[in-house]
Design a protein around this ligand. Structure first.
Ligand SMILES: C[S@@+](CC[C@H](N)C(=O)[O-])C[C@H]1O[C@@H](n2cnc3c(N)ncnc32)[C@H](O)[C@@H]1O
Length: 217
């Protein structure tokens, strides 16, 4: 966030990036939407949070070509599972190729559908309160809905991490009032006032808020 190119390069040089993550990042760099990918430093933080939690069951909402999901899958134990929700089949083809290459395909359960529908099916299938960790990085106007569904799916003490909460600085500019900016701004305000979770807004990448679920929902 706000790093000069020189500082970003320095930060990158100090991330321990798995070689397959690096290959995926390099392939994605030539693709449309590559700026959507989380930074290596963000992926490293997500993986560490999952490890600190001892996470076994994780969810990602918004996979794109798989960089953040692969980082989390690599951090999970062999018995771990990551439900990866994405609507775009072509992106998923790239992601699956790299899960395979990194030897983690058996840990990733890909859901090719609208993410809210996939989350609702998990709840309907009796999986409420059974996930340790969730990462949200899909449609910005749907953040509130994803969050409410994930609050049902994640156990007390589990984490929901939300990406792009600083939205390239636009959330702080009162002159910017497009729909996505307003959604993220409103969502950040909701989190600030939501006593079902503890929160920490971290200025890494485009800003991530870490929410820890405090009460049974
Ligand atoms: C910001 S990118 C995700 C980047 C990814 N976390 C990474 O680090 O590479 C957002 C992704 O969410 C997907 N997406 C957007 N709306 C969606 C929805 N309603 N359901 C499922 N996926 C959605 C898009 O297709 C896109 O691939």
């Amino acid at each position: 966030m706000g790093a000069t190119p020189q500082l970003y390069e320095y930060l990158l040089a100090n991330v321990r990036e798995h070689p397959v993550l690096r290959e995926l990042r390099e392939e994605t760099a030539a693709m449309r939407g590559s700026q959507m990918q989380v930074s290596p430093a963000q992926a490293q933080l997500l993986a560490m949070l999952a490890q600190i939690l001892g996470a076994q069951r994780c969810i990602e909402v918004g996979v794109y070509t798989g960089y953040s999901s692969l980082a989390v899958a690599l951090a999970l134990p062999e018995s771990g599972r990551l439900v990866a929700c994405e609507r775009d089949e072509r992106c998923l083809e790239v992601a699956k190729k790299y899960y395979q290459r990194a030897g983690v395909s058996h840990k990733v359960d890909v859901k090719h559908a609208l993410a809210a529908d996939s989350l609702k099916s998990l709840i309907d299938g009796g999986e409420a309160n059974s996930y340790d960790f969730a990462f949200v990085d899909a449609d910005k106007r749907m953040y509130e809905e994803y969050y409410e569904l994930l609050l049902k799916l994640v156990r007390v003490g589990g984490l929901i991490v939300i990406d792009n909460v600083l939205w390239y600085g636009r959330v702080a500019d009162p002159l910017v009032n497009d729909l996505k900016t307003i959604s993220i701004r409103n969502f950040n305000k909701k989190l600030l006032e939501d006593n079902r979770v503890n929160i920490s807004m971290v200025p890494i990448g485009d800003g991530m808020t870490i929410c820890r679920k405090l009460v049974d929902t």
